[in-house]
Design a protein around this ligand. Sequence first.
Ligand SMILES: Cc1cc2nc3c(=O)[nH]c(=O)nc-3n(C[C@H](O)[C@H](O)[C@H](O)COP(=O)(O)O)c2cc1C
Length: 351
Amino acid sequence: MKFGVFLPNGSNGYIPSAGSPVYLPTFEHNKQISIEAERQGLDFVLSMMKFRGFGGETGYWDACLESFTLMAAIAAATEKIGLFPSISLLSQHPAYVARMVATIDDISGGRCGLNIVTGWNKAEYEQMGLWRGDDYYVERYEYAAEYLSILRQLWRDGTATHKSKYFDLDDCSCLPRPQVEIPIVCAGQSPRGKQFVADVADQQFVMTDVKKLKESVVDINERAAKAGRKVGIYALFHMIASDTDAQATRIGEDIIAKADNGALQNILASANLDTNTGGTSDQLKAGLNQTIDDGNLAFMGIPVIHGSFATVAEKIDQIGEETGIDGMLFSWPDFVGGVRDFGERIKPRLA
Ligand SMILES: Cc1cc2nc3c(=O)[nH]c(=O)nc-3n(C[C@H](O)[C@H](O)[C@H](O)COP(=O)(O)O)c2cc1C
């Protein structure tokens, strides 16, 4: 299995709770995590992009370092680890993004991939006059497929001509070309999102509890097989590892008890507007009543692998065996210590 880090380039990482560290994102922090991840033999780091946070007492995600410029700097500070910036499609023209990726490809010596984010939170784009109207909720993967086809034309040929409802490129030049084929990941959770990955992307990130993860893997594999393709499947988890199982459970329970209710209500208000069903917005709406293991909203609906170092290693092995996933992507309450503990105290125990 391959392992990655979901970098905390937004305020407070991925936990809207005062029971977890509350901080502003910095390059220094993200660089330290990436260097530690490389040292511990992890495979990739991925930074997100959010243009508007969810506020609350912790200011959850209110600040977010820009994903491409951050990854360019991390590219220069690392040597081996894979780098995935995230593109929120509505925010940039594909010819601009093709060039940014080619630039990071050059800086990193071919280590750059791309995370495609179609965007489910209208408020992020409406504030910039970039929301395409509410039809975009359901059209977003059609838009993404065209966007990706333009990126690939530009990377392959150094030029693209493409005229459609969404785009107008006329012999658009984009050089240099990247030195490797750029791996494309997407974390769409809805049926439309999974179909997009099965049809045209390389890897799917899945954010769901272990039972639904098994179903998701079968579903994605079937969709990909029908399209005559094979895609990699990675699952997203929080990790809380401590000296004992009881101690890790206590940390998790404290995070739920101190959840930032203002931020949670704002997250739910945005999720309630999304008309593309069966995806993350539905998972968030269910999150208030979920257990720690299944993805409580205080953990952003992301399931938590928790326990002693030995228990966490066992759980990772078990999830890998039961689901057949290709890798995992982790977030921690304390990232630097979390990555180090994973590398030194958990990874060596893995089958
Ligand atoms: C690992 C991971 C990374 C993500 N990165 C971002 C991001 O950078 N920006 C964002 O707005 N959404 C991000 N998302 C949300 C997804 O891209 C996607 O929009 C969301 O899960 C909704 O899926 P759906 O469109 O299929 O409903 C991420 C989700 C996961 C699991």
